[in-house]
Ligand binder design. Structure first.
Ligand code: FPP
Length: 231
């Protein structure tokens, strides 16, 4: 990485937005945009790990996206399954731990099974982590964490208690969030983990987001002064 980068984020989260618009601008179906969007993921993730990022989180599908037409959901689930199958060799070769965050119970059984299998196979790796959020919502994640502590008899909880029950328990917090397509919001993505994240917004649509764009975001991050509430 260029020497002007002062600091490298340990954890980067991507809100992969704009697939539908990318396709519509080409008079194609939204699902074509998702296919193209899935194709750039490997390049983006590789670039992050190459630059020294330890954890990459991808917002692939929100709980709210569950209300999309069945055809679009099926296509996204299919792409995710194909991605996991294709990427599984690399996960092992490059010792990348896979985490899938979200409620997997309403997903097609073969996809939920593939997620569980790849998570189990890579659970022992610790240097690099790929976290894919699917049927995920941060408020639901935090609520479930607190409820599980209550079920264990806790009447008062600490931040550490809650943190330990999140899908990302034990991982560093998100340092940098990248959202494509010009929208400037978090959309219920990793709200706890993003408490002090720097937010990078770009007009580039996700299918056009390549490694040069990753570099731009990392260089921008290096210019930020992070005070974490201090002076
Ligand atoms: C947001 O664009 C994108 C999604 C809801 C789905 C993202 C899914 C993929 C990139 C493919 C599958 C994932 C993996 C990990 C292989 P949008 O549809 O909201 O676009 P729009 O805002 O232009 O309508």
């Amino acid at each position: 990485m260029d020497k002007e980068v002062a600091a490298m984020p340990r954890h980067v989260g991507f809100i992969m937005d704009g697939n539908g618009r990318w396709a519509q601008r080409r008079n194609r179906k939204r699902t074509f945009g998702h296919k193209k969007g899935a194709e750039v993921i490997e390049e983006v993730v590789n670039e992050c790990f190459l630059e020294g990022v330890e954890v990459v989180s991808l917002f692939a599908f929100s709980t709210e996206n569950m209300s999309r037409p069945q055809e679009e959901k099926d296509r996204i689930f299919d792409l995710l399954g194909k991605f996991l199958k294709k990427y599984s060799k690399k996960l092992v070769e490059e010792k990348i731990r896979l985490i899938v965050s979200g409620d997997l119970s309403p997903l097609p059984q073969n996809l939920a099974g593939e997620c569980a299998l790849q998570m189990a196979k890579t659970a022992g790796f610790s240097e690099k982590t790929l976290n894919i959020a699917i049927n995920y919502g941060a408020k639901a994640e935090i609520t479930a964490a607190v409820n599980s502590l209550i079920r264990e008899g806790k009447t008062e909880v600490t931040e550490e208690d809650i943190e330990g029950r999140l899908y990302t328990g034990g991982l560093p917090p998100v340092d940098l969030v990248v959202r494509t397509s010009g929208e400037q919001r978090l959309s219920n993505f990793m709200l706890w983990q993003c408490a002090y994240a720097e937010l990078y917004f770009t007009d580039v649509l996700w299918p056009d987001f390549h490694k040069e764009e990753v570099k731009n975001a990392l260089v921008w991050y290096g210019t930020r002064k992070r005070r974490f509430g201090g002076v």
